[in-house]
Design a protein around this ligand. Structure first.
Ligand code: AMP
Length: 212
């Protein structure tokens, strides 16, 4: 079973995917995290991707596909951030990797900007915080592992607009694509993470799952 989480930057894909992962016992595959890890490890593909990410545009398909390739064979997983355009959808289909359900998180632009600009991330374990909505107990320090919290370069205000444009131009069309296939569920994700999760957990498809 493969679940794809879609939505604009700041919709809460990573946060909701982590909650699903805990509750369903499945793997969370975040293409953004995979890229950021590749950069941290000085992987040549990561180094090539860095400048695109900092600008807020998509990295070339061949880079992300190469990095995701083996990970995509995991049976039960939540895909977060991949596929992000039709060429990537096609790659998955050519490899006979089937997406069973697409959760489309819907949020208005004002909320997106406030969420992204306040987002902070632990440099060690990747846990996501928000300066106002989900602050760490001690400013700048992760509650879980004591790592330092940082702001992603592409979360800085001048890049947020570019990422939203990229989303509209290249990714949003996939919503219709999956809707036409009959596997799309729209979820209002404008509230806090618990409210959003409850909306999803109330869906029949999730109740029927027998992971744990
Ligand atoms: P995210 O953490 O999902 O917001 O991704 C951060 C950045 O990584 C994006 O703005 C893109 O530059 C890059 N990225 C992540 N996933 C993909 C993908 N599937 N295709 C191309 N670029 C990606």
């Amino acid at each position: 079973m493969k679940i794809l989480i879609m939505g604009p930057p700041g919709a809460g894909k990573g946060t909701i995917a982590e909650m699903l992962k805990e509750n369903l016992g499945v793997v969370h595959l975040s293409s953004g995290d995979i890229l950021r890890d590749a950069i941290k490890e000085n992987n040549p593909l990561g180094m090539k991707a860095k400048a695109f990410m900092e600008k807020g545009v998509l990295v070339p398909d061949e880079i992300i596909i190469e990095l995701m390739k083996e990970k995509l064979n995991t049976d039960d997983s939540i895909l977060d951030g991949f596929p992000r355009n039709l060429a990537q959808v096609k790659k998955l289909e050519d490899a006979n990797i089937q997406i069973d359900i697409v959760l489309n998180l819907q949020v208005n632009e004002e909320t997106i900007i406030s969420r992204i600009s306040g987002r902070r991330i632990c440099e060690k374990c990747g846990k996501i915080y928000h300066l106002k909505n989900m602050p760490s107990k001690k400013e700048g320090i992760c509650d879980i592992c004591g790592g330092n919290l940082y702001q992603r370069k592409d979360d800085e205000p001048q890049t947020i607009r570019e990422r939203l444009n990229t989303y509209k131009q290249q990714t949003e069309g996939l919503v219709n694509y999956y809707n036409d296939k009959g596997i799309l569920k729209n979820i209002d994700a404008g509230g806090n993470k618990e409210t959003t999760y409850d909306k999803m957990a109330g869906l029949e498809w999730l109740k029927k799952k027998k992971y744990r």
